[in-house]
Design a protein. Structure first.
Length: 292
């Protein structure tokens, strides 16, 4: 069986078949997958019953792994459920119990329900994310992806001119602030210091321009904050219109790999105080800041 990628959305997203990620893959397969991510932005692999180690091994074929940074999370090291390179995208605590309804971790994690690009609050934002579903809820809990290249292409020429060269500030303080989550310690406030990201970026793998938006974006350099927020909101609304969005309905052992340089994503609602959603993410670090 040889590896094959079939486009499943008019603008982006490929479904990959003929590859088993629980065994090492060949150089040719790696190249096909990397070309596939540059072309499609999101790749869906079904029926991949893999361990955390196999997931990390596969992920690092595409670059250095991003280590979840204790400075940009509120979970303390001793409370982590997963290994060093795994981001825990679950509603579980260290003992595999569903997080208490009022827990600070649950409130913080709700930020993933807003459209965002992973690690855009880091000076060097993430290149790729790989999310493996181990346990999925019966209802809800989908992940949606928006194609920011297709959205950019569809902007009118005036808007394209207006936004070219703009620089935004991204921080967890903005995305979590939108949740009404404001009880940050002084240390967290210092750790969540805003970073600069360009609003329009060029994809190094396919040469296309895209909108680099995220719930973490809260200001535009040189603009009054309300004026910036209104533009960011308007662009986000435009970029997440139905035609640019793919909704992934998870099955256990799906692995979805996406390009944060080209897409935004968000998780959808589910009964997170009753049902388990155990998702594990590895992240391939970006290579350079977007603002020099
Ligand atoms: Fe995310």
């Amino acid at each position: 069986m040889s590896i094959k990628i079939v486009r499943i959305h008019p603008h982006f997203v490929g479904e990959v078949s003929g590859v088993d990620l629980s065994t090492p893959i060949s150089d040719d397969e790696r190249t096909i997958i990397e070309d596939g991510i540059n072309e499609h932005g999101v790749l869906v692999f079904r029926d991949q019953n893999i361990t955390d180690e196999q997931q990390a091994g596969f992920s690092q074929l595409f670059g250095a792994l991003e280590v979840p940074d204790l400075k940009t999370n509120i979970t303390k090291d001793e409370d982590r459920r997963l290994g060093r390179f795994m981001a825990d995208i679950s509603n579980l605590d260290r003992g595999d119990h569903i997080l208490d309804a009022g827990s600070r971790q649950r409130m913080f994690n709700l930020g993933n329900r807003f459209w965002h690009s992973d690690s855009s609050y880091r000076a060097v934002p993430a290149k790729l994310s790989l999310l493996s579903a181990r346990v999925v809820p019966r209802i809800g809990g989908e992940t949606q992806f928006a194609d920011m290249c297709a959205a950019y292409d569809a902007l009118d020429e005036n808007t394209k001119k207006e936004i070219e060269g703009l620089i935004c500030e991204h921080s967890l303080l903005y995305s979590r602030g939108r949740l009404g989550f404001g009880d940050f310690t002084d240390e967290e406030k210092a750790n969540f210091k805003p970073v600069l990201q360009t609003l329009v970026r060029v994809h190094p793998g396919n040469g296309r321009r895209s909108l680099f938006l995220s719930a973490h974006a809260g200001k535009i350099e040189g603009w009054p904050t309300p004026v910036a927020r209104v533009l960011l909101e308007e662009l986000t609304e435009f970029a997440t219109r139905t035609e640019f969005v793919y909704t992934h309905r998870w099955r256990p052992f799906d692995l979805v790999m996406w390009d944060n340089r080209r897409t935004m994503h968000r998780a959808r609602r589910f009964d997170d105080t009753v049902e388990v959603r155990d998702m594990r993410r590895t992240t391939v670090a970006g290579e350079a800041p977007t603002v020099m």
